[in-house]
Write a protein that binds this ligand. Structure first.
Ligand SMILES: [Fe+2]
Length: 344
């Protein structure tokens, strides 16, 4: 079944679109995504937060199928992210227009066929030339199980296993762009991992709305930068607005690593909303009336592995089990062909 995808073109009126670019500059400093969330659990020992996507990326060389070392590949996917709003916490003036944008809400209703839409988060992704985004599905959420409590890769495993659907909170995601560029297309697989890839060209003031927890997606490389010419992006590197539409990459000690013009970058803002069937379902979630626990999640997955003869006897709940769960349940797309149809 092909997943529904709603195209918004244009997404905002002209002043609102321009205001989003101003907002991006006003926010000023962007840290690397990898630095945001770390969770210490036994099951996650030795695994990175998105171990599923990272391993697939290193194995395949990403959408470009690059034969590069882990250091270069690491720089390619170390993009910059900041949250503009989380729940009712609006962290920068003006983000409300984006968070409650009615066309997003309407599109979200149609994606999951659910009436009650609760906008949850708005965040920015900034990428510099030479970077790309590894193919992945987003981190889903369940009653009682979210990224603050359960490793991100495990939430992804849960969704791909299909074993926890009655607890899942369907989420609609809008991705809005504020550049016109040839590189950095969004590659996505609306027909599932076994289907073909489609490409969406990034153009100013457009958006796609879809279920990115289910539909695999990634971002093609932005500009052709060879491994030797990549900036030295390491933990603590920040991307900062300087002035006059210019941006500077700073190392953790403040050293300048590179300068970019706005047009060199790729800026997108993502919006996510919970999609509830009705108010009762929303209240069940809000009041924690029917929550999963990490133990219950692992019990169910281990039972499933056992029924398929993948494990036997006592099973240690450690990183090795984590790796097995990823291998067993998360099947990545193989096709990366860029010649197939584009949307928008
Ligand atoms: Fe994503």
């Amino acid at each position: 079944m092909t997943a529904p995808v709603v195209v918004l073109d244009p997404c905002f009126d002209a002043p609102a679109a321009a205001a989003l670019v101003d907002l991006c500059e006003r926010f000023g400093r962007y840290r690397m995504y990898a630095e945001h969330e770390r969770l210490d659990t036994e099951i996650g020992q030795g695994l990175s937060p998105r171990h599923d996507a990272l391993m697939n990326f290193l194995r395949t060389g990403g959408l470009a199928r690059a034969q590069e070392g882990p250091e270069a590949l690491g720089v390619r996917t170390s993009y910059f992210r900041e949250e503009y709003a989380y729940g009712r916490d609006e962290r920068i003036d003006g983000i409300g227009t984006f968070l409650y944008h009615e066309p997003f809400v309407e599109a979200a209703r149609s994606i999951h066929g659910r009436a009650v839409i609760e906008p949850a988060i708005a965040y920015a992704n900034l990428m510099v030339p030479g970077q790309e985004l590894a193919v992945h599905t987003d981190v889903p959420e369940y009653r009682g199980a979210n990224r603050k409590l359960v490793p991100q890769w495990l939430l992804v495993v849960m969704h791909h296993s299909g074993l926890f659907d009655e607890y899942r909170m369907p989420i609609a995601t809008a991705i809005a762009w504020f550049h016109d560029c040839d590189g950095g297309e969004l590659a996505y697989w609306p027909d599932g991992a076994a289907g073909g890839a489609r490409r969406h060209r990034v153009s100013y003031n457009t958006a796609l709305v879809l279920d990115t927890d289910t539909v695999f997606h990634g971002v093609d490389r932005i500009a052709d930068v060879g491994a030797d010419d990549l900036p030295r992006i390491r933990p603590g590197t920040t991307l900062d607005y300087s002035d006059d539409r210019a941006w500077t990459l700073h190392a953790a000690d403040g050293t300048e690593l590179a300068r970019y013009r706005w047009d060199d970058l790729r800026f997108s803002v993502s919006w996510k909303a919970y999609c509830f069937r009705d108010a009762h379902e929303r209240d069940t979630w809000r009041e924690h009336r029917d929550d999963l626990t990490l133990d219950a999640i692992l019990d169910r997955l281990i039972d499933d592995l056992r029924s398929h003869d993948r494990v036997s006897g006592d099973v240690a709940r450690d990183g090795a089990l984590g790796q097995l769960l990823i291998d067993e349940y998360v099947t990545f797309p193989i096709s990366t062909a860029s010649s197939e149809s584009s949307t928008g």
